[in-house]
Design a protein around this ligand. Structure first.
Ligand code: 13P
Length: 264
């Protein structure tokens, strides 16, 4: 269980989640407008899934303030330091996120793996730091196009899971959310087919079963990410092992993000 307080989540249960990863977008005013629009909309229209926004660090406090007044909105960071507090210029620690009452944090997004050379070992450390402070990791895994084309996608995803998460004990693992994001689908407009998504999500759940057993595997939330939009969300989310989406581009426009959320 996560720490109590103002958290609206109980991560032991599997649930449907739609999360908006804003990446490095929006000035402060635009960011606040988006959070305010979502908060207002969901006061009147209760969603059938959990809703998370993942703004840049500088907007977390603002978003967290809105979330504390909302019965719907949760907030996630996009990254965290692999270290405790100390002489790490430019970094943000898990303790700092916890101090703002942030519930989740994305770890191992493919953009961080690719552009910032984040290694599996560092990602495993980030997961540990977050769990120390009861911030739930949203752990991203997914293969490159050439890995899928050479039929290595299943083994790549297995390796990412094993290296990033399988050092955790069962209780710790129960606080982790997984996002399968095939790199070839991110920001490309080329979405995975519902069959490709379901096949990989089932594979991920099977790997979790082998490691932690049926109960934990069935209780794990596995989101899909990569060119998910208002048109394709419903058919993706209809798959039995797809528990929602981690949305990039389409989460920047309130209307589109709401439509995706209402696909449930
Ligand atoms: P897009 O939805 O823009 O493809 O991005 C997905 C993503 O990277 C979410 O983390």
């Amino acid at each position: 269980m996560l720490a109590s307080g103002t958290h609206k989540i109980d991560l032991v249960m599997r649930k449907n989640i739609v999360a908006g990863n804003w990446k490095m977008n929006k000035n402060f005013e635009q960011a606040e407008d988006l959070v305010a629009d979502l908060t207002e909309y969901f006061e009147e229209n209760k969603p059938k899934c959990e809703v998370i926004v993942c703004p840049p660090f500088l907007y977390l406090e603002m978003a967290s303030d809105y979330a504390s007044e909302s019965s719907v909105l949760n907030v996630s960071a996009q990254n965290v330091s692999a270290y405790d507090n100390g002489a790490y210029t430019g970094e943000i620690s898990a303790e700092m996120l916890k101090g703002l009452d942030i519930s989740y944090c994305i770890v191992g997004h493919s953009e961080r793996r690719q552009y910032y050379n984040e290694t599996d070992n560092q990602l495993a450390q980030k997961v540990d730091k977050l769990l120390d402070f009861s911030v739930a990791p949203i752990f991203c895994i997914g293969e490159l196009l050439e890995e899928r084309e050479s039929n290595n996608h299943f083994s790549i995803v297995k390796e990412q899971l094993e290296n990033g998460l399988f050092h955790l004990n069962a209780d710790e693992f129960s606080n982790v959310v997984i996002a399968y994001e095939p790199v070839w689908a991110i920001g490309t407009g080329v979405v995975a087919t519902p069959e490709q998504a379901q096949e990989m999500h089932a594979h991920i759940r099977e790997l979790i079963t082998e490691k932690y057993g049926d109960k934990i595997a069935n209780d794990t939330t596995i989101m899909y990410g990569g060119s998910c939009n208002p048109k394709n969300a419903k058919i993706l989310f209809a798959n039995k092992d797809v528990d929602g989406g981690l949305i990039g581009g389409a989460s920047l426009i309130a209307e589109d993000f709401v439509k995706i959320i209402e696909s449930f």
